[in-house]
Design a protein around this ligand. Structure first.
Ligand SMILES: [Zn+2]
Length: 452
């Protein structure tokens, strides 16, 4: 199978940040073979199986989201206004209520939305993440998937006590290893496993060590929420500073994707940077919690930073804008970062965070054909002037026309090929309604009241 995109503006996000007007991209099987001028490529590859006219369109790398929780789309419209409380008031109680089938269809909806908006790779970590793996496989999405583990006794936690439970730990590690055993390397390597923890205050030293051992034995990356409001709790529970605890038990390093890191001081940033830990920066989610990670300071210290979506949201263009806006508000400087830098953080830099930058994240010969094409002849995108600046500040998921992953067309003319959109929206809506009805019956409302 070969495919030639012609007459397009190609935003390569290569090391020279080349933007090619009247550009073309030639794809054979799962790889990009050539990138350049339309006339030249048409002469070189006259026998392409499919030719796509990219006139009026911009081709750019697929977005890479270094942090996602697919099934948390169920919390849309219930979690955004309750600050840091969702974990205890929504997530934990809902986990005992929602069925596997309900979570699966909501996860399928989330994957479909992401593909629709040009997201081609995610790091998905969640309780029971394996339930999403088969839909991810058939959808064509590229993913690193991990069971997000903890080993606290939930009944004790509800009383406000942290008690680590070896039985929970064994069960969770078995689940995480089972996913890795069954899914790592599947779909021609498009699906990989990761070892993931919820955070440090819900992990015993033995749990983190278990994750580290599995990751080392299997050659996997690790990921955990870090620096997200746990500083005092970690000190109290573990008797150590948060990143000292993480480092001691294997949750810092050049194969670790730290998520959030908005609660970090200068010394903590030094510990992170010296360890080579990467950051999944989720500015769109975190701004609604009143938090901003100091990414400019962390990047200045040499940390690798890439963007992630986190929960509820699926329009990655919003993440790019939030990245710019939150950094500028934090610095009181309207010249911090640029649209080009934000786009790089959402593509090649996020790919680097996941250890996939040799394969994806830019449009270059030899790389996997993971790319998206945006129709610039949509309301809100004229005049284009600078294509990158206009896309980053004014683009939306709904403007994406075509998406390729591994050279396969997964979105054509704005339609996700792996799903019947109307049917999926209906089924996901019904599943969420059913789960929330049971939630309200059990807890007397749509969130668990905080104890007085
Ligand atoms: Zn998260």
């Amino acid at each position: 199978m070969s495919l030639l995109i012609t007459n397009s503006t190609v935003v390569t996000v290569d090391s020279a940040h080349r933007v090619i007007e009247n550009g073309a991209v030639y794809v054979e099987e799962d790889r990009i073979v050539a990138v350049g001028d339309t006339q030249v490529l048409c002469e070189q590859y006259p026998a392409a199986d499919t030719v796509v006219d990219g006139n009026g369109k911009v081709v750019l790398p697929g977005f890479v989201s270094a942090h996602n929780h697919l099934g948390y789309a169920v919390f849309r419209g219930r979690a955004e206004d309750i600050g840091h409380a969702p974990t205890h008031r929504l997530y934990l109680p809902m986990s005992g209520i929602i069925s596997v089938e309900e979570r699966q269809v909501i996860g399928a909806l989330a994957v479909t939305e992401l593909l629709r908006g040009g997201v081609t790779t995610i790091l998905e970590m969640e309780e029971d993440a394996e339930i999403f793996a088969s839909f991810i496989e058939t959808s064509g999405m590229r993913a690193q998937i991990g069971v997000m583990v903890n080993d606290v006794n939930l009944e004790a936690l509800a009383r406000g006590e942290t008690v680590f439970d070896p039985a929970v730990r064994d069960q969770q590690l078995e689940q995480a290893n089972g996913l890795a055993e069954r899914w790592h390397g599947r779909a021609g390597g498009r699906i990989q496993a990761v070892m993931a923890a919820t955070g440090l205050s819900t992990s015993s030293p033995e749990l983190l060590q278990g994750l580290r051992q599995s990751a080392d034995a299997r050659g996997l990356r690790l990921s955990s929420h870090l620096g997200f409001g746990e500083r005092e709790l970690v000190q109290r529970i573990h008797g150590m500073a948060q990143f000292d605890f993480a480092r001691t038990h294997g949750m810092l390093g050049s194969d670790v994707v730290a998520v959030h890191c908005y609660e970090v001081d200068e010394a903590e940033m030094d510990v992170l940077a010296e360890s080579g830990t990467h950051l999944a920066h989720c500015p769109h989610m975190n701004q609604f919690r009143g938090e901003v990670a100091p990414i400019q300071a962390m990047r200045a210290k040499g940390m690798q930073v890439g963007l992630g979506i986190d929960n509820y949201f699926s329009d990655y263009f919003e993440v790019l804008r939030s990245c710019l806006a939150s950094a500028r508000i934090q610095a009181h400087d309207p010249e911090i970062l640029s649209a080009h830098e934000a786009l790089a953080l959402g593509t090649i830099e996020a790919a680097r965070v996941l250890g996939l930058d040799e394969e994806i994240g830019s449009i270059e010969p030899g790389k996997k054909a993971d790319l998206q094409m945006v129709n610039m002849r949509r309301l809100g995108l004229t005049p284009v002037n600078d294509p990158v600046t206009t896309l980053v500040y004014h683009g939306h998921a709904k403007d994406v026309d075509m998406v390729l992953i591994d050279g396969k067309v997964v979105v054509a003319e704005g339609v996700v090929q792996s799903a019947d959109e109307e049917d999926l929206v209906s089924r996901a809506g019904l599943a969420a309604d059913a789960a929330w009805t049971r939630f309200a019956e059990r807890y007397g409302g749509y969130s668990v009241r905080p104890p007085n």
